[in-house]
Design a protein around this ligand. Structure first.
Ligand SMILES: Nc1nc2c(ncn2[C@@H]2O[C@H](COP(=O)(O)OP(=O)(O)OP(=O)(O)O)[C@@H](O)[C@H]2O)c(=O)[nH]1
Ligand SMILES: [Mg+2]
Length: 232
């Protein structure tokens, strides 16, 4: 009987052993590049209107981009959650049953660094802390800085760490160029396309190293403080 079953399946596509998934929560101030980062890393290079056709989940303003598989030897799917400036309560609600988040990204626009960031960043960090995401599981992705020199970027990061008293052992700071190339004018778009492609590859490589996942749902249930916020 077992023999018959085996032969009946002989023409079927063989399962692949090395499929991997990574899920990333993306936060940031308005206009900091959250949606661009999410779409690019997940592999949606089309105009954003097309994205819904690929089965993304939308709840409130928060949107989960379920990515495509990437990589030749290790096939990885990057699923990105764009928090889209939703209030903390909505983020908690969205993640209430989420068992596997690999890391979080805070998008920081170099252009907006000096404005609202200071107050907002502590809110984002406490939100992540309450979800059980902290330390090395938080990546800081600096966008809108493609015209900065290497020295200027270095100075910028030192100032950032100092201003926000970010844990100096862990901060993973990534500079990237994530412009939506559909929105960028023709000449500039061809100039920066390579930068965008490199930024996406670099970010995917970093995310892929986060193989351990965090059970956010368990952390939410445990936190009395969080329950208070959810019920308020
Ligand atoms: N120059 C430059 N523009 C970028 C970069 N990343 C994103 N952008 C552009 O900045 C604008 C805002 O990016 P979004 O991805 O919509 O930012 P967001 O955080 O999702 O914005 P909200 O949803 O409105 O909060 C878009 O026009 C992007 O094309 C970057 O690295 N450099
Ligand atoms: Mg957005």
């Amino acid at each position: 009987m077992a023999h018959i079953t085996q032969s009946a399946y002989s023409g079927f596509e063989a399962p692949v052993e090395d499929l991997q998934t990574r899920k990333v929560l993306v936060l940031g101030l308005p206009g900091s590049g959250k949606t661009s980062v999410c779409r690019h890393v997940a592999g949606f290079y089309e105009q954003s209107d097309d994205i819904k056709l690929h089965g993304s989940k939308v709840s409130y303003e928060i949107r989960e981009y379920k990515g495509k598989y990437f990589g030749q030897s290790t096939k990885t799917r990057y699923t990105m959650i764009d928090t889209d400036n939703a209030p903390a309560k909505q983020v908690y609600d969205f993640l209430r049953f989420e068992k596997k988040i690999n890391c979080a990204i805070i998008c920081i626009s170099c252009e907006l660094f000096r404005r609202e960031l200071k107050n907002e960043l502590s809110g984002m960090l406490s939100l992540l802390y309450l979800l059980g995401i902290s330390g090395s599981n938080i990546l800081y992705v600096f966008t809108h800085g493609e015209t900065y020199t290497h020295e200027a970027k270095f100075k910028f990061v030192s100032e950032f760490k100092k201003t926000f008293d970010i844990d100096t052992e862990y901060p993973r700071v990534i500079y990237g160029c994530f412009n939506n190339l559909h929105e960028t004018n023709g000449v500039y778009s061809s100039l920066i396309a390579t930068d965008v492609s490199k930024s996406i590859t670099e970010l995917r490589e970093i995310i892929s190293k986060y193989s351990r996942s965090i059970n956010v749902a368990a952390n939410i249930d445990k936190s009395e403080y969080l329950k208070k916020i959810i019920n308020s």
